[in-house]
Design a protein around this ligand. Structure first.
Ligand code: B12
Length: 345
């Protein structure tokens, strides 16, 4: 192991402790201490802060950390990223790269890490942050002579919006690179949308200096969209959420006792179910909805929430979507996955 690897491994528990205790000064000292000891800034960003944030996500998912603890930790990580960036701030000697989150996407920190790594590699980076509407991004790109645009998406349910944004950038004739968990761990949904993808910030930097990004890209065909299922799901989103909520109220007595905030959260969760389903139909891939259902099952179990009402909602939606064979297939598989562990236990 190199000295840097040893130093990062030794510092990781200290950073995690600082994030847990909301100690932003301690967290910044951990990172600046590494930089002073000669650990490269890029390694501090990608091998210390990024895995710590993934760990924070795991704790939230398993209900070991509250939303407030996650928010505090993320805020501190943002401060640490800013401290690392101002410590190591080379002047740009390469072209401009515009880095942004897809419309509706609030996970700015992963994209910020990419932006900072590109900056460290000499790119002149303009970071636009979270949720940038497509039309605004395109008019921005027109105004600046960007070498490329890098777009992040953390949630697969945002893929249809991501595609609209990718097509808009293509029409503006700017090379596009995408990344983030939303494109799948292996980038398979980026491949589906016919766009260059990088798994991490280091590969993103390599892609920007390579040739492939500048190959002529043509609009991808998604022939399955001709069946109108995706458009139908978008059109009926509100109605599907309302009828799923009514079904829960009729058949799951606990729902009737819900407070206003609990009802709001339920409506939000139902919205996520419909949006992930619509995204799966959009890219025509059951694994997108399947991964979501697996994740949802874990979230519910760790909060002591029974899976049956969610399985019931999937069955209800399948019933409502009688004329949507692809969506029904995805819902059926999801329902089976949700109920399978209950049958064996
Ligand atoms: C912090 C956080 C938030 C913050 C974000 C604040 C911010 N400023 O970023 C807030 C509170 C807003 C948030 C909200 C939500 N979140 Co959140 N969040 C996270 C968390 C804990 C950390 C994000 C992070 O910093 N990751 C660290 C970086 C390094 O991630 P990374 O993906 O490894 O990034 C690398 C590569 O993917 C790649 N990459 C990333 N982006 C890009 C972009 C480009 C162009 C390229 C080339 C490469 C690239 O390079 C990076 C560095 O090498 C993640 C957990 C996680 N594992 O990421 C959950 C997580 C992503 N969130 C999740 C969820 C569910 C949500 C909410 C839906 C929760 C809710 N009910 O409201 C909302 C959705 C908001 C929205 N509409 O966008 C889930 C998603 C699960 C799923 N099924 O998809 C996760 C995975 C948590 C979990 N384990 O369950 N979240």
């Amino acid at each position: 192991m190199s000295d840097s690897t040893d130093a990062l491994a030794a510092a990781y528990p200290d950073l995690i402790r600082c994030l847990g205790e909301a100690d932003e000064y301690g967290a910044t000292d951990v990172a600046l201490g590494l930089l002073a000891a000669g650990v490269p800034a890029e390694a501090v960003l990608l091998e210390l802060i990024a895995p710590a944030q993934a760990q924070v996500g795991q704790w939230w998912q398993r209900n070991e950390w509250s939303v407030a603890q996650e928010h505090a930790a993320t805020h501190i990580s943002e401060r640490v990223v800013a401290a690392v960036s101002s410590y190591a701030s080379p002047r740009p000697n390469r072209g401009r790269v515009v880095v942004a989150c897809m419309d509706g996407e609030w996970h700015a920190l992963p994209v910020r890490l990419v932006a900072e790594v590109l900056r460290l590699r000499g790119w002149n980076v303009t970071f636009l942050g979270a949720s940038v509407p497509a039309a605004h991004l395109v008019s921005y790109l027109h105004r600046y002579d960007a070498h490329a645009v890098a777009l992040g998406c953390a949630l697969p349910m945002r893929l249809p919006q991501a595609h609209a944004m990718i097509e808009a950038c293509r029409r503006a004739d700017v090379p596009i690179l995408v990344g983030g968990r939303g494109f799948g761990a292996d980038g398979r949904w980026a491949a589906r949308l016919g766009v260059a993808w990088a798994p991490d910030a280091t590969s993103a930097a390599a892609a920007l200096t390579g040739e492939a990004l500048f190959d002529e890209a043509s609009e991808v065909e998604l022939p399955h969209l001709a069946d109108d299922e995706y458009a139908g799901l978008v059109r009926r989103r509100g109605e599907l959420i309302d009828s799923a909520l009514a079904d829960l109220t009729d058949h799951v007595p606990a729902t009737r006792e819900y407070s206003g905030p609990q009802l709001d959260r339920t409506v939000e969760d139902l919205g996520h179910i419909v949006d992930f389903l619509a995204a799966a139909v959009y890219v025509d891939d059951q694994t997108l909805f399947g991964e979501f259902v697996d994740w949802l099952g874990e979230v519910l179990t760790s909060r002591g929430v029974p899976r049956e009402p969610v399985a019931r909602t999937l069955a209800h939606l399948a019933d409502e979507l009688r004329d949507f064979p692809r969506a029904r297939g995805f819902l059926g598989a999801g329902q089976a996955a949700l109920t399978a562990p209950a049958l064996t236990s």
